[in-house]
Write a protein that binds this ligand. Sequence first.
Ligand SMILES: CC(C)(COP(=O)(O)OP(=O)(O)OC[C@H]1O[C@@H](n2cnc3c(N)ncnc32)[C@H](O)[C@@H]1OP(=O)(O)O)[C@@H](O)C(=O)NCCC(=O)NCCS
Length: 260
Amino acid sequence: MIRVEDINVDNVEDVFKVCSYNKLEDPLQQSGITLKRQWLLGMLRKYGPCTKLAYYDDKPVAQILYYPESAAPFITNPREDVVFINCVYNPFPQARGKGAGTALINKILHECRDKLPILRGKPCRFIVAKPFNTGEGIPLDKFYRTNGFKQGQHEMFHEIAAEYIPRVMGEYRPLPEDRGRAVMFYDPTCEFSYPFAVHVKEFLQGIDTDLPVDLINSWLQPEESIRRGNQGLIVNATVIRSFWIEKEKFRNEVIQALDK
Ligand SMILES: CC(C)(COP(=O)(O)OP(=O)(O)OC[C@H]1O[C@@H](n2cnc3c(N)ncnc32)[C@H](O)[C@@H]1OP(=O)(O)O)[C@@H](O)C(=O)NCCC(=O)NCCS
């Protein structure tokens, strides 16, 4: 009943029938979808498929998105032959617990142990993942742990052909030009990222109507992300660490940053 397929030019729209199944008509989500479609097809041409889809009774129900760490232009010290798993997602409660998520992770583990097309057929040394929790289904950290991942520094990892090596993460040193403005990075690998950045911009300008807010695509302008230590949001030359979903905490952190 479960079938796994690599994405290709013919089935790429099925990715959005999974992740954006209830937002396909939303114009802002469509902007995120357009960015992700371009990214997926660009990666497909350059590296091969970076997403797998799981079909349950021929309906696309889950996806996994991954790429070689060395493909991310905003990472200055990538680990060679290391695969980064961005996310695994099955948004359909009625299709959960049927083995779709497990089939996807098993397939990628199998290819990593053998020959992964996106690593040009070279064996994968280890896989890394940064789980996040959307409050739906099984939290990703739990799912990864069940599937053999361990906790590393700032990330989870699964050793394949070599030992795990942590990566030194970037740091933000306040830039003079970041004073009196906000800089928010979005990522085309997730179609929710650009709409989310737009909502954060509106939220920030709800606090300070005159605040200039720049939204930057971290894959297209990686140098801007590198200069800011790969942080997601900078307000008045201060890194904002709380997540937008925790509205009050986020608002207080932004107000404190603006007061500096
Ligand atoms: C993790 C996730 C992908 C698993 O998808 P899935 O298709 O249900 O996976 P499986 O059917 O292979 O189930 C995985 C395990 O969870 C169990 N399970 C799945 N759904 C369950 C449920 N609703 N209640 C209890 N157990 C459940 C399965 O029995 C299985 O257990 P096992 O490994 O002991 O056999 C899914 O829960 C999910 O999308 N979670 C949210 C992740 C997220 O936030 N992603 C980022 C979004 S952008």
